[in-house]
Design a protein around this ligand. Sequence first.
Ligand SMILES: [Zn+2]
Length: 328
Amino acid sequence: MRLFMMAAVIIISAASLAPAATERAAMMRMLGDMEFLNLFAGQERVSTMCIGRSVLGQNIPLVIIRNPDVPVESTSRIFIICRQHGNEPASTEAMLQLIRYFFSNPKSSDVDLLRQVTFIIVPMMNPDGAMRHKRRNANNADLNRDWINQKQPETRAVTKAIKQWRPHLIIDSHELDEDNVQGDFIECLGRKSGVDPGIAAHTAEIRSLLISKLRTEGFIVRNCTVSDNRSPRLAHRYFPLTYGIPTLLIESRQSGRRFGSLDERARMHLVTAMTAARCLAGQSEIVKQEVADWWKHRTAAPLASRGGHNRTNTNNNGQPTSETKPSR
Ligand SMILES: [Zn+2]
């Protein structure tokens, strides 16, 4: 409750400072959704917690969407990082829509999805940057270049959460700068990056499934592969190389030909998240059996050494009570 009351204050300030109309619109919608979240705090399917504070002391929220009757350990866990860069609003917008959907009136098939998949979402990793509509945090640091050094409180908070929740897939959601006219793309590490070949293969497989789905939804999305071992300080390179977690970088474009409105860009991130979850659950109409089998195998690894039912292994917010080692 307190977290979102504070967030609401933050967003009011942000709305008056953000220069772009779309940003203001996103912030105002976010204010509305934060108030809505506040009303439903404690609702079992959606829970929230604070995982740390930004340089300026703002809360960094974490939102869990899950089936409270199913042990988290037995589900595939998808961890979504939004807004490392404060001037890229679409992923935050998308995840607020996702959160709102799941605690309002989701379809029965999506309720069933939560028997197999847990969403773990950082909807706003860089609140200080977002408040000023700037890429960097209040220390003028690019958070997506800080994953190795961990000098910023925001990267430390998210790394700690990832180590605790041990996700099977990380999605790092971004938008291309307003002066960047590249098209939308999804990127992951290839074999030549030094990542485990099995992880490279399965990350590429799920990327191809996401792109296929996005194309059927009308998006023009390229696939990109990192074929060298440079810049492991970026999240989608750091987590596969350091912790063996398949990670995808999602980029939607904010300018140039064929760029979409904020709603349309958010829809890309929303479709990506839901499709990835269905792939992990083996529920997607486009999922391939070998991918489903691989995720099933990954899911077999215990979240914590104790095992058992989720309610006995988590605190009141559904968070694991002890930090666990990464999967490799
Ligand atoms: Zn970015």
